[in-house]
Ligand binder design. Structure first.
Ligand code: HAM
Length: 434
């Protein structure tokens, strides 16, 4: 019989056996972000719809087709956040972070929502970890962002990823570039997909994002468009060009591997100057693991003073999928202790377990079943050591410590249980990838 309730399309449950990987990935990210001296920020999972429309761009796919937009009971026009940057910038302004310092380095992790067609690596609720530097136009901030981006992937065990990099200039350079792109595509206009023909009218840069095979062939110069794709770098204003050169030099000095991608424009409208992405082709069509760039006009567009910013986010669902593809094994769980009682001592089990839980991962049987059933449960639960409350031993002020692998056991005074467990289990293994 089909179940009456199922998780909404495009969402999923992360069951306990998967959570270990997620926590490991999140802990790794948190460690890197803290060592880079970023502070965590948590903003609401829904905001006014207009905040996203204004920042992501009215014509972006995210706003046009993918928004979870709703009215609350008072008729407010709200939306589940499709991304994190707009909320962080709104908070920066609303909470007047500028008064507390000029430059803010922030990070966040949480669910985002986009109404896309679900497929491998694309969900309607997905998780991003992201970072933003607000308050400085310095190219060194862009360099730090790309470096941090790379170091996060490195901490997850990715090797050999190359960051694709471009400069998207200022709104004026983009306008000029859009004109050149339209001109370049004019002779093959009819051969573009219907979607791209529409994009060519409204926002030509979006054509570069097309996933359509025919469009890709045209864009990559394989199918008859005249000459090579126009380059954004050729129309940069002098300041943006100088900034770009500084970013490249900074990344080269740190040995960060990048490839210039002249077709990289990003799917959200707020970008200026630096734009970057990293892809993992093993994921198929949804290959972008993360991306970001500079957004010097965003805070002003929200009604604030001109305030530059640069940042990125990484899709954790895709990171975990890619790690699975690479067979990265999940970390070992902390060794467990199982407290088992007998008829005469069951009443003592909960109190001893509670005391040991100050330090160890401890479980016991709620149902006070037979000793052999309890030991089976201990094995199934992955326990390494059982603390047996034998009636006789307990009467003498002792317990039995049983190594569940070797089955060796010995009596230990109650006051020494913790010290003995420490010796048997070693210190808890640091969570790490192998
Ligand atoms: P974005 O490129 O739209 O950028 O998204 C970043 C990452 O989120 C993508 O590379 C992808 O890994 C993941 N992602 C996006 N949509 C989905 C989905 N439907 N299912 C699974 N994963 C997805 C941003 O969101 C910007 N806020 C990045 C940024 C921060 N720019 C400046 N600061």
């Amino acid at each position: 019989m089909p179940l009456k309730y199922q998780a909404p399309r495009g969402t999923r449950d992360l069951l306990p056996e998967e959570i270990g990987r997620w926590q490991w990935a999140e802990a790794r990210a948190r460690g890197v972000l803290e060592r880079y001296s970023y502070a965590e920020i948590r903003t609401p999972e829904f905001e006014e719809f207009d905040l996203f429309a204004r920042t992501s761009g009215e014509t972006s796919d995210v706003v046009q087709k993918e928004m979870y937009r709703f009215r609350d009971l008072k008729g407010r026009d709200l939306a589940l956040r499709p991304e994190g940057t707009a909320g962080v910038c709104r908070a920066y302004l609303e909470r007047n972070l500028a008064a507390r310092g000029r430059v803010h380095k922030l990070w966040y992790l949480g669910p985002m929502f986009r109404y896309g067609r679900p497929q491998k690596g694309r969900f309607r609720q997905f998780f991003q970890v992201g970072a933003e530097i607000i308050g400085t136009p310095a190219a060194a901030a862009d360099v730090e962002m790309v470096t941090l981006f790379v170091d996060l992937f490195r901490a997850w065990g990715f090797a050999g990823l190359t960051v694709a990099l471009n400069s998207v200039g200022t709104p004026a350079t983009r306008e000029e570039y859009a004109r050149r792109l339209r001109e370049w595509l004019a002779p093959v206009r009819e051969r573009l997909s219907a979607d791209s023909q529409k994009r060519l009218e409204v926002n030509p840069l979006r054509v570069l994002d097309s996933k359509d095979e025919g469009d890709r062939a045209l864009l990559e110069g394989r199918a008859g468009a005249g000459g090579a794709l126009p380059r954004m770098l050729d129309v940069l204003d002098p300041e943006s060009r100088a900034h770009w050169e500084q970013v490249l030099a900074g990344l080269a000095a740190l040995d960060v591997r990048c490839e210039i991608d002249h077709g990289l424009v990003r799917g959200l409208d707020y970008y200026t100057r630096t734009a970057f992405e990293v892809h993992d082709r093993s994921l198929g069509a949804q290959s972008a693991l993360g991306g970001g760039g500079r957004y010097d006009g965003l805070i002003e567009a929200l009604g604030g003073p001109p305030t530059p910013g640069v940042g990125f986010s990484i899709g954790l669902d895709r990171v975990l999928l890619a790690l699975e593809d690479r067979a990265v094994t999940p970390p070992a769980a902390a060794p467990r202790v199982f407290v088992a009682g007998m008829e005469e001592t069951h009443a003592e089990v909960a109190a001893l377990a509670r005391a040991l839980r100050a330090e160890f991962v401890v479980d016991y049987d709620f149902e006070a079943r037979s000793l052999s059933t309890q030991l089976k449960a201990a094995d199934r639960g992955g326990a390494r050591v059982a603390v047996l409350l034998g009636a006789e031993e307990w009467g003498r002020g002792e317990v039995l410590l049983r190594d569940l692998a070797t089955k060796a056991q010995r009596a230990v005074p109650r006051g020494e249980i913790a010290a003995q467990l420490r010796a048997m289990l070693g210190s808890a293994p640091e969570v790490s990838a192998r």
